[in-house]
Write a protein that binds this ligand. Structure first.
Ligand code: UDP
Ligand code: MG
Length: 319
């Protein structure tokens, strides 16, 4: 029955000291409201992960935990490991503390916390994963909007199925968390993972709100690295494309070589060929370096994985 559901809200935080108090207050209201509606039980809680902030975030989290020890918990990384690792840690920590289902949401509550009720209702209907899908990208700047769209298109072309405009605002059940726990990859691309593992799933659409305090912690470099990790951990199509490209280049090279031989020995029209040689060298040189780069990305992925290093280091836990 739904009122037996122990629910957790997982919040990754990096330098969000100014937001912790208002975010905890709002999320506690959400929990209370859901409890009164008998959708969740009173042992439900918020789980903050301080992703190695260098401001007062941990102090603020500890203050909130002290004030509401039953309904707020948290842990702190020794250093900044990135939003994906903070989400992962938050989910696994909540699994350890115990919960029937959890939702992940950003500390700035840009994702609409009023929708959490709809997510839980879907869980009650028997869905094990509920994806939050953004209605639009109005709050994103031009670069973020274009790169995000290009990324989803590319992923689709590369055969990685992820819902378009799917964010990390997502509800997952205990069963899904057990599967998550069994995936030991160091660099797990969560958006791809939750789609790949199956389970009964559905979508909820929401509007993204503008950030009230502070600014986005993502820049073009961190977004690109997330995208490259998403591709290299879920698709080997780029490696296969290199093979195809190599084959096409080989055939073209063969035809060109034949043409060079004919024009030199049969037609006697061969010129000094400087321009052709330069163009071909630059063109094929470029392709080769680019392809080595792609292979390098995969090599890097393997390199990171084989070491089996811990994905994050937790310095302190409050639960
Ligand atoms: N975040 C994190 N580690 C990081 C960067 C961000 O835990 O290295 C958290 C951040 O505190 C926020 C969430 O991830 O709760 C989303 O970050 P942000 O709001 O900056 O991203 P945007 O909304 O611009 O995508
Ligand atoms: Mg945000």
């Amino acid at each position: 029955m739904s009122q037996d559901t122990r629910f957790a809200i997982v919040v990754p935080c990096f330098n969000e000291a100014d937001l912790i108090e208002s975010t905890s207050k709002r999320l506690l209201e959400v929990l209370k409201d859901l409890e009164q509606k008998r959708l969740i039980n009173d042992s439900s809680y918020i789980y903050f992960v301080d992703d190695g902030s260098d401001d007062e975030t941990w102090y603020e989290i500890a203050k909130a935990v002290a004030k509401h020890p039953n309904n707020i918990k948290g842990c702190r990384f020794t250093t900044n490991c990135g939003n994906q690792k903070a989400l992962l840690a938050g989910m696994l920590q909540a699994r350890k503390v115990g919960c029937d289902a959890l939702i992940t949401i950003d500390a700035d509550l840009q994702q609409d916390e009023n929708k959490i009720e709809e997510f839980i209702k879907k869980y009650d209907e028997g869905y094990k994963i509920v994806f939050g899908i953004r209605n639009d990208r109005k709050t994103d700047d031009f670069i973020k909007k274009t790169t995000a769209l290009a990324f989803y298109k590319l992923m689709e072309k590369l055969g990685v199925k992820i819902p378009k405009n799917h964010s990390d605002f997502r509800l997952v059940s205990k069963e899904v968390l057990d599967v998550l726990e069994s995936y030991k990859e160091t660099d797990l691309f969560l958006r791809g993972f939750f789609y790949k593992i199956g389970f009964r799933r559905t979508n909820i659409y929401f509007d993204v709100k503008p950030r009230k305090i502070g600014k986005s912690k993502f820049n073009l470099v961190s977004l690109t690295s997330l995208a490259v990790n998403g591709i290299t951990s879920f698709s080997i199509v780029p490696l296969k494309l290199i093979c195809v490209l190599g084959f096409i280049c080989m055939v073209l090279g063969f035809i060109f070589g034949l043409w060079a031989l004919i024009s030199k020995f049969i037609l006697h029209t061969s010129t000094d060929g400087w321009a052709e040689a330069t163009i071909l060298t630059c063109f094929f040189g470029g392709i080769q370096i680019f392809c080595i780069g792609i292979v390098g990305e995969y090599l890097g992925q393997i390199y990171r994985e084989v070491k089996h290093r811990p994905r994050y280091l937790i310095e302190q836990e409050l639960d």
